[in-house]
Every structure is written in structure tokens, then in C-alpha cells.
Design a protein around this ligand. Structure first.
Ligand code: HEC
Length: 187
């Protein structure tokens, strides 16, 4: 072998390897890691994980990560607001009331009865893209930032779903949304 060719070959290999890695479909672990990254930078825990009071103030309770509005919260009816203040949130940051009524964040863990356990990746993508439950049901209410997340690529939405599937399932039945008091309803 011509010794002078070795650095050139090593260089060619160094460029070829990342190209191979980019061309290949991500393995399941890489996809879950990508989904975890997106979830942790896209605020999902801010709203879908109940907040508790920690030593430095309110913080998401990660022992109940992404399990949605707690079924045992038993909130009284939301206050009726007027003037420029139109929205209130519960202390858990999982329930909001505004002109659309009262909405409660969904359980995103893979529990089959109360979470996304029975969802396919298509159900998830259809929901986010259309802003309707499973792509055909009722509209998803504020403050779920559908208008932001619908801009994610297919690969990113698939990664988010793969990560959600990897979470421990938590049984927590989130209540259905409540209609607004007649006074606040948007006409
Ligand atoms: C600002 C608060 C907020 C943030 C941030 C947020 N959500 Fe939501 N999300 C909600 C609320 C509230 C609902 C319930 C709306 C309803 O009942 O119509 C919801 C509903 C959903 C649903 C629909 C469930 C169903 O049964 O149809 C999915 C899926 C979802 N969120 C996923 C996510 C993911 C993934 C992220 C992060 C990328 C995220 N959400 C971030 C507030 C939020």
C-alpha cells in the first residue's frame, strides 16, 4: 500500500461516515431521544404535567410527567372575568378558563384507557395537523398551541410520539372541557 495515500483515505472515511449516518433512518433509540429533546424544548411539560409548589416556587411534578390535569383536583367553577382580563389558570397549570370555556390538559402517557395508549402515530399526527381530536373529532381548545406544533415536520411529530410511547403509563382520567358561562361566550 502506498503510505502517502493513508491520510487521504482516512479523510475520505471521516467524511463518508457522517453522510452514512444522515442517510440512514434513525434507529428507535435515536428517534426517542429526538422526541425527548423536542418535548423538553417545546413546553409540553409546562401544561401537561401538573405543577406543585417546590422549594423555588411552582414547578412541574415530574413523578406525574405528562399525565394531564389530575382527575382528583375537584376544582370549583372558574371565576367569571370581565374587561381586558379574559383567561385564568389553575394552580396545577393544567386547567384554563376563558371565552372558549374550561379546558383540561390531556393525559399524553401511553395508558390505554385514559392516555394515548390506543393511539397510532397517524392519530397523533392527524390531531396536531388538523387541530381536531384524532383528525376528525371536536376542535382542540386553547391554550394548546396547535398553530405552533402543526408546523413541525413529519419526522419530528413521529419522534415526539415515539417518546410519548416510551413514558411510563399513568392512569389519570382527564375531565371533558366545560362550556363557557353564557356571559363570556364568544358570539
Ligand atoms: C399552553 C399549554 C399547552 C402546551 C404548551 C401544550 N399543550 Fe397539549 N393541550 C393543552 C390543552 C389545554 C389541551 C386540551 C384541549 C382540549 O380539551 O380541547 C391539550 C391537548 C393536547 C392533545 C390532544 C389530546 C386529545 O385527546 O385530542 C395532544 C395530542 C397534545 N395536547 C399534545 C401536546 C404536545 C405533544 C405538546 C408539546 C409539543 C403540548 N401538547 C403542549 C395545552 C397545552
Amino acid at each position: 500500500m502506498n503510505r502517502r495515500n493513508i491520510p487521504a483515505r482516512a479523510l475520505a472515511l471521516a467524511f463518508a461516515l457522517p453522510a452514512l449516518a444522515l442517510g440512514a433512518a434513525p434507529g428507535p433509540d435515536a428517534q426517542v431521544a429526538r422526541g425527548m429533546y423536542i418535548v423538553s424544548t417545546s413546553a409540553c411539560n409546562d401544561c401537561h404535567t401538573p405543577w406543585v409548589m417546590g422549594p423555588k416556587g411552582p414547578e412541574p411534578d415530574m413523578t406525574r410527567a405528562l399525565s394531564g390535569h389530575p382527575e382528583d383536583a375537584n376544582l370549583p367553577p372558574a371565576p367569571t372575568l370581565s374587561g381586558p382580563w379574559i383567561m385564568t389558570a389553575s394552580a396545577t397549570n393544567t386547567a384554563w378558563a376563558g371565552p372558549w370555556g374550561t379546558s383540561f390538559t390531556a393525559n399524553l402517557t401511553p395508558d390505554p384507557e385514559t392516555g394515548l395508549g390506543k393511539w397510532t402515530v397517524k392519530n397523533f399526527k392527524d390531531t396536531i395537523r388538523s387541530g381536531r381530536h384524532m383528525g376528525r373529532g371536536r376542535p382542540i381548545l386553547p391554550p394548546m398551541p396547535i398553530a405552533v406544533y402543526r408546523n413541525m415536520t413529519d419526522a419530528d411529530l413521529e419522534a415526539v410520539f415515539a417518546y410519548l410511547r416510551s413514558l411510563p403509563p399513568i392512569r389519570n382520567r382527564v375531565p371533558e372541557p366545560l362550556p363557557p358561562p353564557a356571559k363570556m361566550a364568544v358570539k
